[in-house]
Design a protein around this ligand. Sequence first.
Ligand code: HMG
Length: 389
Amino acid sequence: MKIGIDKIGFYTPHIFVDMEKLAVARNVEPAKFTIGIGQSQMSVAPATQDSVTLAANAALEIINDEDREKIDFVIFGSESGIDHSKSGAVYVHHLLGLNPNARAVELKQACYAATAGIQMAKGHVALNPESKVLVLGTDIARYGLNTSGESTQGAGAVAMIISANPRIMELDNQNVYLTNDIMDFWRPIYSDKAFVDGKFSNEQYILFFNKVWEAYKDKSGLELKDMEAICYHLPYTKMGLKALRTVLDDAPEEVKERLLENYQISTIYNRNVGNIYTGSLYLSLLSLLENKELKDSSRIGMFSYGSGAVGEFFTGILQPNYRQHLNLEGHQQLFNSRQEVSVEEYERIFEETLPADGSDIEFDISRDPATIVLSGSLENKRQYVNKNR
Ligand code: HMG
């Protein structure tokens, strides 16, 4: 039985900051951010968007009434969780009006959790071929104003339906995974901003990629020439390129050219959104699939990395007419309708969060065009609104 990605949706908040302007404000050469880091725009989450609303808005794009009935497992991959106990999946399940006979859980392992979710979903569908699983990768990347990580922030979510007979991508079975306890990036419970050892994180990302790629080649017997493209977790778009370049030396010229060309296409969306942690690899896949017509049955390599750290390399096969099941127009509209905010405005928005002492607050939701928003907090409970209901 074929199991894989049947639908894929995406959401990012309606405001962004221009990276050249951010560079000027930080006394940095703009080319450092646009070329050295490889980012053009950075999505900014207003106080009315959190990991729950981003995920719900991404899912809203893809689910129909049949999905509402058949989804019996919601997996919420995130490192921007809003509660130490209750999972974001339960809120999303309610906001979308899904079938009550469903499981709902949250998974955490930095940027890797959505990949773990997809693999759990695959196992669930193998045992229950009629089921559909909603897998969410949703995050707000926050390092802090004026920090070295600031240029690699972002916000957004990807929602995928994993099912039998998938219409977009069948997932292969020869996955290779790797875990090693390192401190390259982490966020202690008391902090709403990440701590990072930037250079070390870059080194470990590449090391993990090299290790899982070598093991994958041994396990599968496949090589670079068998990959139409390789998509990467993209904390910033230069990162995947650095990793890809480490394995290109032995590849024939045409393979090298194809992988480099397709790599650039896989970064178009991420370049204008920033790091969305768990959703980042899948946003890169979406960017590739929507911005280039690839041959049916092409094999796509996928490198997932979550600091701390867990890495995985796996592959998928594009299904016949997969492009008919994407939403290029909708995503172009999402990007085109975004509004730029000044650096000063971004700084103000960055500091506007729910009160840390749990006191009540009500936000003005009229300024956020998203269908699902956070309207505030009442008696220590986040208040969510689905404007369509
Ligand atoms: P930095 O110190 O600001 O930048 O840190 P840099 O000095 O290393 O420069 C960056 C690049 O810009 C360099 O290129 C410079 O040469 C170039 P490279 O040598 O690396 O190819 N540069 C210029 N290029 C053109 N024109 C110029 C110019 N000036 C300099 N004028 C860093 C950068 C990414 C480390 C920092 O932003 C950071 O710490 N970010 C957060 C951590 C991160 O993203 N790590 C990536 C791997 S870990 C990961 O992916 C997991 C993660 O997503 C978290 C999770 O799993 O949950 C982060």
